[in-house]
Design a protein around this ligand. Structure first.
Ligand SMILES: [Zn+2]
Length: 324
């Protein structure tokens, strides 16, 4: 694992030399976020067959330890798992990365990021890092959304006004997710802590005309299929990207922070609405990427957020990939 210092910015050539990468790859990042640094510039570009993928760093939530965070593990257990992964243990490091796919001349953004500090004060870097990666928000054709939690959709709305950030992009989401959050009476039924987010979703999202609600298995862009992955939320979904010779699963939150859940896939996070269902989904989909030799990226994986899983007894091991 390479650990670089805060605010280090490497040129393409220097990065290539330092990491043994082909020089055509762009790699500008201090944030192989096994270090919880907050890069001002952080993106990483890789290929999945014919698809160009850009991982763009949004920031990190340094979550104070909380005994309720994992229902069936203690704070000491979670600290031990962090230490084994080489991570700091004084807080729970939850980084956030958004990927953008370039397929032909189409740009498909996978989730919208957390909205420049609307989720956590340390997650404000997405727009600047998108710009550094040469991605213009106004040119994004499609946003394929995994689920309606704030770290994944607050980037759709301007802070304060709730104005649409992507009024011209097609917004794709599993119909089950959209319908659950916008069902009449939903907000009143939510847990107290979720009510403000639920209210915002229910008030703002139905006003927009650019939603495209899809069912499990639909092709949402050339070679990109939605796969239902319920548990984290009722309509939580991942996307399978077929680049011809290679495939990638954009896995959103099924494996959340792999330092915790790869060695302990049975841990039930407070973040999972239905813990047992989330565990089933996690095992099913991670077994699938292992069996089918599919690369995987995740929203809260250590930046740049992609790699491969292997079986490790009844659990899993995660190996980050650096493309050669
Ligand atoms: Zn998340």
């Amino acid at each position: 694992m390479f650990i670089m210092t805060r605010r280090t910015v490497l040129s393409t050539a220097a990065a290539g030399a330092a990491f043994g990468l082909a020089s055509k790859l762009e790699f500008v990042s201090p944030a192989f976020a096994n270090t919880p640094d907050e890069p001002e510039v952080g993106f990483y570009r890789y290929r999945v067959g014919s698809v160009e993928v850009t991982a763009v760093y949004d920031g990190i939530w340094r979550k104070p330890h909380d005994p309720a965070f994992i229902k069936n593990a203690s704070i000491e257990d979670t600290k031990e798992a962090l230490a084994k992964a080489g991570l700091p243990t004084e807080f729970m490091p939850i980084p956030l990365t958004v990927v953008v796919l370039k397929i032909g001349d189409r740009l498909i953004m996978m989730d919208a990021g957390s909205g420049v500090g609307q989720w956590q004060a340390n997650a404000t870097h997405l727009p600047a890092n998108m710009m550094a990666a040469g991605i213009d928000y106004t040119k994004i054709n499609t946003i394929a959304i995994s689920h309606f939690h704030p770290d994944h959709v607050w980037g759709l709305m301007e802070k304060g006004t709730n104005a649409a950030v992507f009024p011209d992009a097609e917004l794709i989401v599993n119909a089950a997710e959209y319908n659950w959050w916008t069902e009449p009476g939903r907000v009143e039924k939510l847990a107290e802590g979720r009510k403000p987010a639920g209210k915002r979703i229910a008030e703002v999202f139905p006003k927009w005309k650019n939603w495209r609600l899809v069912e499990d298995g639909a092709e949402v862009a050339p070679g990109v299929h939605i796969v239902a992955a319920p548990g984290h939320t009722p309509g939580h979904s991942v996307y399978l990207v077929d680049g011809g010779s290679e495939q990638l699963m954009v896995s959103a939150d099924i494996m959340y922070v792999p330092a915790l859940l790869a060695p302990h896939p049975e841990w039930q996070g407070a973040y999972d609405q239905d813990g047992p269902m989330a565990i089933d989904t996690r095992r099913k989909l991670v077994d699938r990427v292992i069996a089918d030799k599919i690369a995987i990226c995740g929203s809260h994986f250590p930046f740049p957020g992609y790699g491969t899983f292997v079986k490790d007894g009844n659990a899993y091991g995660f190996t980050p990939t650096i493309q050669a």
